[in-house]
Design a protein around this ligand. Structure first.
Ligand SMILES: NC(=O)c1ccc[n+]([C@@H]2O[C@H](COP(=O)([O-])OP(=O)(O)OC[C@H]3O[C@@H](n4cnc5c(N)ncnc54)[C@H](OP(=O)(O)O)[C@@H]3O)[C@@H](O)[C@H]2O)c1
Length: 330
């Protein structure tokens, strides 16, 4: 599972701005740290001030170690250019506050990494009335992207949106009527299916957004990080899939959080990937998405449903920008 792939150690411009959601732990932590160690300005978008502050301190300690060891690709900054902005994907209000604060900073934005996520979750609804996995893993990232795209479009060449999805997207189907899962009870709601679907929505979003971004400087790609030893993996404990995972872990087939970050880092920094869109990477190589995720009719249904969910938060101006020159015939 680990493979031999890694990521190119490149020098990133000091004014390259990267936002990564959920950068305080797990895969996101190592992604944020390495991109910052290559010289970029990184903003970790996290829900906990305390965890984020601790993570940044830890990143700097590890950075000093790497500098001491003269690790290839590590820049010569005194201190990493990493900062924290508050974001809770379970709250649309929080996403909108994040957007306003980022806009007010006047910064450009070159890379947006939608990494934050929750694993298998009980049936629960956010303050906005959406099923938790749907909102945290997919909908809030969609809203964030919609609002940040106008900035990315004017930030210069080679801007990238990276959706941290999963191979789990292959293990489910699109069921329009079940997006919110309200027909299920606490006992019949299957958190694993809803996780898999949230990852499927991200792949569908990649295709739908790219169709609207053709000829622009912004690309959308997606990735599967592998089976990675993080807190999120622990949520997959039960059932047949849980037994499979336990076996894989016992056999040493899972990745460390750092190894799990490689595919995302590669998608974010590999210069050869400038202009590459619609690709789903696994072990840093293009991989195959499910046939379901490529279904255009379902992509359109998901897009319309998403826009309806967000209608009070996407102005006409943002919606127009998002649509670009896209028409149903495109
Ligand atoms: N681990 C795997 O095997 C695996 C496999 C395939 C895909 N993935 C994907 O990889 C991504 C990262 O997961 P991970 O394995 O690194 O898990 P993790 O260690 O649990 O990290 C998840 C991150 O998401 C953040 N997050 C959770 N809920 C949030 C919310 N409401 N608002 C903002 N941030 C929130 C967490 O913040 P807190 O610290 O505040 O909780 C944390 O920073 C996820 O999208 C996951 O689906 C993981």
């Amino acid at each position: 599972m680990g493979g031999k792939h890694s990521f190119p150690r490149v020098s990133l411009p000091r004014d390259r701005v990267v936002i990564i959601t959920g950068g305080n732990q797990g895969i996101g932590y190592h992604t944020a740290k390495w991109i910052a160690m290559m010289g970029a300005k990184v903003i970790i978008a996290c829900r906990s001030d305390e965890k984020a502050t601790k993570a940044i301190k830890q990143m700097n300690t590890e950075f000093l170690e790497e500098k001491k060891n003269v690790t290839e690709g590590v820049c010569d900054l005194e201190e990493l250019n990493v900062s924290f902005m508050k974001l809770d994907n379970a709250s649309i209000k929080s996403v909108m506050t994040f957007v306003e604060e980022f806009k007010a900073s006047g910064l450009k934005l070159h890379t947006l990494i939608c990494n934050a996520g929750i694993g298998v979750h009980k049936q629960e609804y956010t303050e906005d009335g959406n099923e938790f996995l749907f909102q945290v893993n997919y909908l809030s990232h969609f809203l964030l992207t919609a609002h940040l795209l106008p900035i990315m479009k004017t930030s210069g060449p080679d801007c990238r949106v990276i959706l941290v999805s999963s191979i789990a997207h292959r293990m489910t189907s699109f069921q329009y009527d079940e997006i919110q899962g309200k027909q299920f009870t606490e006992n019949t709601f299957d958190g694993l299916t809803f996780y898999n679907r949230s990852k499927l929505y991200q792949i569908m979003q990649m295709f739908s957004m790219n169709r609207r971004l053709v000829d622009s400087n912004v690309t959308v790609t997606s990735i599967h990080p592998g089976v990675v030893e993080t807190g999120l993996l622990d949520t997959f404990g039960g059932g047949i899939s849980g037994a499979g995972l336990r076996l894989l872990r016992r056999m040493g087939g899972s990745k460390t959080a750092f190894e799990g970050a490689w595919t995302t880092i590669n998608a974010a920094v590999d210069p050869k990937l400038a202009g590459v869109r619609d690709v789903y990477f696994s072990d840093s190589k293009p991989s195959t998405v499910s046939r379901q995720s490529r279904n255009k009719r379902d992509q359109k249904k998901l897009w319309s449903y998403t826009m309806a969910c967000l209608k009070d938060y996407i102005s006409e101006e943002i919606a127009k920008d998002l649509e670009g020159n896209y028409t149903e015939q495109t």
